[in-house]
Design a protein around this ligand. Structure first.
Ligand code: THG
Length: 589
């Protein structure tokens, strides 16, 4: 037997087991009560069910631990470690008879996370930590998170696994009819948030029927650098004579699974209603065909799927051909009202700044709350929480690694960290954070000696940062280079180098670029005039994402015109939609 379930990936399609709950019903065990306690009262039935799935061809069985958290076990007379240990023991013993694996199977806590409910991130983390510590101790082979409805709870659960055991982690979420998780995440957002957090496979289970999952599975496959898992229900249950009968038969199930296997999924199984007969039929077709998930060139897949993207809890912003605007207004520099709001904890003022920028079209919001006399860390977390339902991905702007770590941890999404620079000290502080939380990072082309004078030196620093990031396992698609704009007031001579550095860094390293455009006008009159002109110059040099004030219409004019002229706004569709009603012009030609 291979040592780890992950050793199977790429060599064979991993076959999961089917449903435990529906099988227990077949054994005459009534719904109600805690199924987890059957590990004590009916161990032979549990093992019998495992054996049926293993005989059908499952590569692992899921321990009877799905709901075994401290909330659900509160009045059961058992502790979490007792239940976990007994359940893992049964799963391991039976899997061992067949040389197969036992998963520590974990579902959602059953509580809503803050701010919708009262479960804090730390509490969710602790709930999973307790189960995972016991499961690892009992000898589970890997952790399988299933049926999650909230990507934020999944983030807490994944961190609990990564920080408390060395086991492989598979993540599976559940979608509703509208193609989103209950708390709003779409498939691209799920993939983007989870795939750089060090998990081993990701996918979906439950809720929809197999046919309804095909489209979502293809979305997962389009974005995921990791193996994709699919475990559908056998459709939806009809209650017939008090028994739940699932409405998708074996042939229909296998046909849908076949299509997803041919599209590239790597882990296949079933959820509610899939009995050992379903799994046997699935295993039978798997033995017959060479699927794309077999023998993939992992490096090639990573390269092909590399995409610069950040996410809020519901929305993913991709850095592609189009210009992405990063709103700069949540930054106390030069803003008396914002300073007052931060000191007075007037979060509704700050929220209004976020909503205003989002409405104006900002794709991402920079959040900087650094001021003397306030606790930057607490304020950062509070502001992030208060603006989380604005649904625009956030950029954490701080020079304090402790603030950055806390923000990256508690953010409900995949943020940009602003920033790292080329000094050893900065990289050693920031890259472990970016790595653990899967964040993107802005790389400033400066180091402990400041901003270099020559373009060559800026390139050298960018190269050094990218190389070091890659050594940490942070792909260059997660690095955004910032060539740094200084002010035209007294530092005028540096501006040409900034533009040329943008051009060359994009060319040489193929990374996306950001720039704090408004810096150029500090201390100068008519700031917007300089800002918008430098914005146009920087866009022409290849800037992908300006950090600007999105409430200034002139900046949008420059961006819309640039995108039309630079063939990014194809057929000038947006430009004509926005400005077409304003003037009729006749071509002179
Ligand atoms: N690179 C990166 N991050 C950055 C910068 C950068 N973050 C901070 C800054 N530079 C970008 N953000 C701002 C925010 C505000 C202003 C300029 C840049 C600014 N504020 C006005 C002032 O100070 O007078 C106030 C404007 C108002 O009242 O609305 O100019 O370069 N990675």
């Amino acid at each position: 037997m291979e040592n780890r379930i992950t050793d199977l990936l790429g060599k064979k399609i991993i076959v999961c087991d089917g449903a435990m709950g529906t099988m227990l019903q077949k054994y005459g065990l009534k719904a109600g009560g805690l199924p987890e306690l059957l590990s004590f009262t009916q161990p032979d039935i549990i093992k019998d069910i495992y054996r049926k799935y293993l005989q059908a061809g499952s590569d692992f069985v899921s321990a009877n631990t799905f709901g075994c958290n401290r909330f659900k076990l509160a009045n059961s007379g058992y502790t979490v470690p007792q239940v976990v240990t007994q359940a893992v023991k049964l799963a391991k013993e039976t899997a061992g008879e067949f040389g197969k694996f036992a998963a520590l199977d974990l579902g959602p806590t059953g509580k809503l996370m803050e701010p919708s409910g009262d479960l804090s991130f730390d509490e969710a983390y602790d709930v999973y930590k307790e189960i995972i510590a016991a499961g690892a101790e009992a000898g589970a082979d890997f952790v399988l998170f299933e049926t999650f409805l909230d990507i934020y709870e999944m983030k807490a659960a994944v961190l609990a696994a990564k920080e408390n055991c060395n086991l492989p982690v598979f993540c599976s979420v559940t979608f509703q009819q509208n193609g989103r998780m209950l708390m709003g995440a779409d498939p691209h957002t799920v993939v983007n948030i989870l795939q750089d957090m060090g998990v081993d496979a990701l996918g979906m289970n439950c809720s929809l029927g197999p046919k309804e999952m095909i489209g979502i599975a293809k979305e997962f496959l389009e974005y995921s650098k990791l193996p994709v898992l699919v475990q559908p229900n056998a459709g939806l249950p009809d209650l017939i004579d008090g028994e739940a009968i699932y409405n998708v038969g074996i042939a229909e199930y296998v046909e849908a699974m076949q299509e997803m296997l041919r599209a590239g999924i790597a882990v296949a199984g079933g959820c509610c209603g899939t009995t050992p007969e379903y799994i046997a039929a699935l295993a039978a077709i798997i033995d017959e065909e060479a699927y794309p998930a077999l023998a993939p060139d992992v490096d090639e897949v990573r390269k092909a799927k590399a995409m610069t993207a950040v996410s809020s809890s519901t929305k993913t912003v991709v850095f592609g051909d189009r210009i992405r605007v990063i709103g700069e207004r949540i930054n106390p520099t030069g803003k008396e009202l914002l300073k007052e709001a931060l000191i007075g904890k007037n979060f509704s003022y700050i929220r209004k700044e976020a909503v205003g920028q989002a409405k104006a079209g900002a794709d991402i919001l920079d959040v900087n709350v650094r001021m003397s006399d306030i606790n930057e860390l607490e304020t950062m977390i509070e502001v992030m929480k208060k603006i989380s339902n604005v649904h625009v991905p956030l950029q954490i702007d701080s020079s304090d690694p402790r603030v950055i770590e806390a923000a990256a941890r508690y953010y409900n999404g995949k943020p940009i960290i602003n920033s790292v620079n080329g000094s050893k000290e900065s990289m050693e502080a920031i890259f472990p954070i970016a790595k653990k939380y899967g964040a993107c990072v802005i790389a400033l082309t400066m180091d402990e000696s400041g901003l270099p004078e020559t373009i060559g030196e800026r390139l050298e620093i960018a190269g050094r940062i990218i190389k070091t990031a890659e050594a940490y396992g942070i792909g260059r698609e997660r690095i955004l280079a910032d060539c740094l704009a200084l002010t035209a007031y007294k530092q005028q001579s540096t501006l040409q180098s900034t533009l040329e550095a943008i051009r060359q860094i994009k060319n040489q390293f193929g990374v996306k670029t950001v720039l704090g455009v408004s810096n150029v006008s500090f201390g100068m009159p008519e700031r917007k005039l300089l800002n918008r002109t430098f914005l146009a110059m920087a866009l022409e040099a290849g800037l992908d994402a300006p950090i600007i004030d999105p409430l200034v219409p002139e900046y949008w004019e420059v961006i819309h015109a640039y995108e039309a002229l630079a063939y990014k706004d194809i057929d000038s569709e947006d430009y004509i939609r926005i400005y077409g009603g304003q003037t009729e012009t006749q071509s002179p030609l």
